[in-house]
Design a protein around this ligand. Structure first.
Ligand SMILES: [Zn+2]
Length: 439
């Protein structure tokens, strides 16, 4: 399923950073238009692949003009979510592509509802053309109605966004107010620019002793859940920093929004929490949403993963991280029991699956689809837990910190983490791999 256009090899190791300059104008009804200027290294290429992810659910994002290094360019669509920009002249060592785009947010929720206009929120997941990663070829997968479809390089971003009067933008960058309706969001080493607009929300902030600014935004009636989310995030941030290494960004925003079929969604420096779960913030599941999405700041944000080919890697680490939070509360055994039950159910539903299955393997039918989280979240967390028992705490967490430090800012492959485990654990790890990653 991986489309590889074999061209230049191996220059990404020394690549200059990718920079996105985005201008966006959002209308009250959810219509929007904008310009994406993307600068990146691309010697020798003739085609440049951009993803228009919102088009998985309908014609919600389109290009109206393209330029490469100032010259007008054409593009072809292989699929509604893929635009291949044809380089008109020559692709320079550092190339700048300008894409003018327009789109509209549907008023009914598709998928998880992360690209939708609601009464008090506009969720704008992947509202701009995203450059596909290049590894001996463009990494381009089909899109799916479940799981996370984005596979992207880390990049620096400047977003200038004009919002309708009364709306507030919250995104993956530091938000700077230029006027009440004009904001600039800037951030470095971001996997993507997450963005949500809110109206009539309240907020609360907390300066964490580890130097991270935490903020939560919520509809006023959900204040208890907002305050609880802030406490949970502060506690888990300290815990995860000790296990994985320092929190990778200067801040974190948490925003309560309507979601469907998902309890939370992660973006760099931004977490969306499903407001359906805010009614009883004392429940363990509420804490689990917050800490799971927080853990993705390390596993997906800082250390990028191929979320389509190897969804277990970031989801398993985030699920296990939530287990570490509950372990600190004396509730790890309960979590392990839950994971075992979910994993067993997944195996009964879809015996051909495994923890290592790619997203497309779960798309073959309803039984396979229903087994997705049992394998990719629960089974993967169980695998990590058993690996930890074999390796011992000191080696297990040292390997996670090493993996994080090695792959920071890049796109990691699961094979590297498994190799690090095997170096220390030897043949016992081989047996564990056979149990969870069987084919
Ligand atoms: Zn997750």
């Amino acid at each position: 399923m991986r489309v590889l256009f074999a061209l230049a090899l191996g220059f990404w190791a020394s690549a200059a950073p990718i920079v996105y300059v985005l201008d966006l104008w959002v209308e009250r009804d959810g219509a929007f238009q904008g310009t994406a200027t993307v600068t990146f290294p691309c010697p020798g290429k003739t085609d440049l692949v951009f993803r228009l992810y919102p088009n998985h659910f309908g014609p919600f994002l389109s290009l109206t003009e393209a330029q490469v290094n100032g010259a007008r360019a054409s593009w072809e669509s292989l699929d509604p979510t893929v635009a291949v920009v044809i380089v008109p002249n020559e692709c320079f060592e550092t190339t700048t592509v300008t894409l003018i785009f327009r789109g509209e947010l549907p008023h009914v929720a598709h998928g998880y509802g992360i690209f939708a206009r609601q009464a008090r929120t506009m969720t704008l997941a992947q509202f701009y053309p995203v450059l596909a990663p290049w590894r001996e070829g463009w990494i381009v997968y089909p899109t799916f109605s479940f799981g996370d479809n984005l596979v992207a390089e880390a990049a620096d971003y400047v977003l200038t966004v004009r919002v309708p009067e009364g709306w507030l933008p919250v995104g993956s960058g530091s938000e700077e107010e230029l006027s009440p309706t004009l904001w600039r969001l800037t951030g470095t080493n971001l996997r993507e620019m997450g963005l949500v607009l809110v109206k009539g929300y309240a907020e609360k902030r907390l300066s964490h002793p580890l130097g991270v600014e935490l903020r939560v935004l919520f509809p006023p009636e959900l204040r208890p859940a907002g305050e609880r989310a802030l406490e949970i995030a502060a506690e888990a941030l300290a815990l995860f920093s000790s296990f994985f290494g320092p929190y990778p960004y200067p801040d974190l925003d948490m925003v309560f929004v309507p979601l469907w079929g998902a309890a939370g969604v992660e973006y760099p420096r931004l977490i969306l929490i499903g407001e359906d779960y805010a009614g009883d913030p004392g429940r363990d599941f509420f804490a689990e949403i917050v800490v799971h999405e927080l853990a993705h700041q390390w596993w997906y944000g800082e250390v990028g993963t191929d979320q389509v080919a190897e969804p277990w890697l970031d989801e398993g680490l985030a699920t296990y991280a939530a287990g570490l939070y509950f372990e600190a509360k004396g509730k790890l055994a309960q979590k392990v029991q839950e994971w075992e039950a979910h994993w067993a159910r997944a195996q009964a539903l879809f015996p051909q699956g495994s923890v290592g299955s790619a997203l497309w393997e779960f798309a073959v039918g309803p039984q396979a689809r229903r087994s997705y989280s049992g394998y990719v979240y629960s089974g993967a967390a169980l695998f990590l837990h058993e690996a930890r028992k074999i390796l011992g705490d000191a080696a297990f967490f040292a390997i996670l910190r090493r993996f994080c430090a090695e792959k920071r800012g890049g796109l990691a492959q699961a094979a590297r983490l498994l190799a690090l485990f095997e170096e220390v654990g030897g043949p016992a790890l081989g047996e564990l791999y056979a149990k969870y990653f069987r084919r």
